[in-house]
Design a protein. Structure first.
Length: 319
């Protein structure tokens, strides 16, 4: 016999199947959907395609939903939930089946990326804070986080990793001698990333300064996670806010950590093929990298194709 669950009960069960970061993202949309039904908590099987269509029309008309990407997030979340309900035999028909995403270009504009000038200003600001602000008259560290901020900006710029990879990074994941690390990103997928001498030195400085500070402050030494002051894990959103605050205080745009990932993507587009770029960025498919960073150039495609066509001499040689 099919289990009878209300919409709110089913949403709770579905959210519990996801990791914390995904659950937080999905919860906002699903709570909004539940709220749209007012005080009545409908049984899941009572939800109709017409109701969902009207809900999405309402979402699309909101002042707060200004972009196609935001609207599509609602569609993706609602469709994922009802697909799960089908798989769990909670409903027999999928009322979200006909919901469509709005078509949009996936190409990441260059103004979404932190520019080289902005990166230079931001990293110099972090370095200046270390030089001017961290050593007190008695040699104590006044604000040890400046070391962390500098290391974090350089690490994200060098590796292009997602902020979740930096938040999850443990000391044991680092190989500073080989200048590489193993990051764990969305979906709990792990991959290798690489960085340079400058970043290596910044991380070494940060780890040493943190150990000294923890001892001075009387904290129990817990240096498991790299980019948190006490060595405990920070959420991705909290660490992302650190990056935004650094940018604001440095006097550049209020940029999030993904701006450094986009910067790396555009760098790779100029210097290497799409398959290699996908490996560096940790995309599961080169198609994703192509859609985000490699603009289709039909004129260049024609030029290359014409250079490779068989000429008259080649035709005679074949005969």
């Amino acid at each position: 016999m099919m289990t009878q669950l209300s919409l709110s009960q089913a949403v709770k069960e579905w959210l519990d199947t996801h990791i914390e970061s995904t659950r937080t993202s999905y919860r906002y949309v699903m709570q909004d959907l539940i709220k749209s039904y007012g005080d009545k908590d409908y049984e899941l099987r009572e939800i109709t395609a017409h109701q969902l269509s009207q809900y999405m029309q309402d979402v699309n008309s909101r002042e707060s939903v200004k972009s196609k990407a935001t609207y599509n997030k609602y569609v993706i979340t609602v469709k994922a939930f009802f697909s799960w309900a089908i798989d769990e035999d909670l409903i027999t028909r999928n009322p979200a089946r006909r919901l469509k995403r709005l078509r949009r270009s996936k190409l990441v504009r260059k103004d979404k990326a932190m520019s080289s000038e902005e990166l230079a200003i931001t990293s110099k600001y972090c370095r200046r804070q270390i030089n001017e602000d961290t050593i007190g008259r008695r040699g104590e560290h006044i604000n040890v986080s400046h070391y962390r901020n500098y290391a974090l900006i350089l690490f994200l710029a060098d590796t292009g990793c997602r902020i979740g990879g930096a938040a999850n990074l443990k000391i044991t994941d680092l190989d500073l001698d080989e200048q590489k690390a193993i990051v764990t990103e969305k979906g709990n997928k792990t991959r290798e990333v690489w960085f340079g001498h400058k970043t290596t030195s910044a991380i070494r400085e940060w780890i040493y300064a943190r150990s000294e500070w923890l001892q001075q402050e009387g904290y129990v030494l817990n240096d498991v996670y790299v980019f948190q002051r006490e060595g405990h894990k920070m959420t991705s959103s909290s660490l992302g806010q650190v990056v935004r605050r650094i940018c604001q205080r440095a006097g550049v745009r209020s940029l999030g950590p993904h701006s450094l990932r986009h910067r790396k993507g555009h760098q790779l587009q100029k210097t290497t093929d799409v398959v290699t770029a996908a490996m560096v960025l940790g995309h599961s498919s080169p198609d994703t990298t192509m859609a985000h960073y490699y603009k289709a150039d039909t004129e260049e495609a024609e030029r290359v194709a014409r250079e490779l066509v068989l000429g008259i001499q080649a035709d005679s040689d074949d005969g």
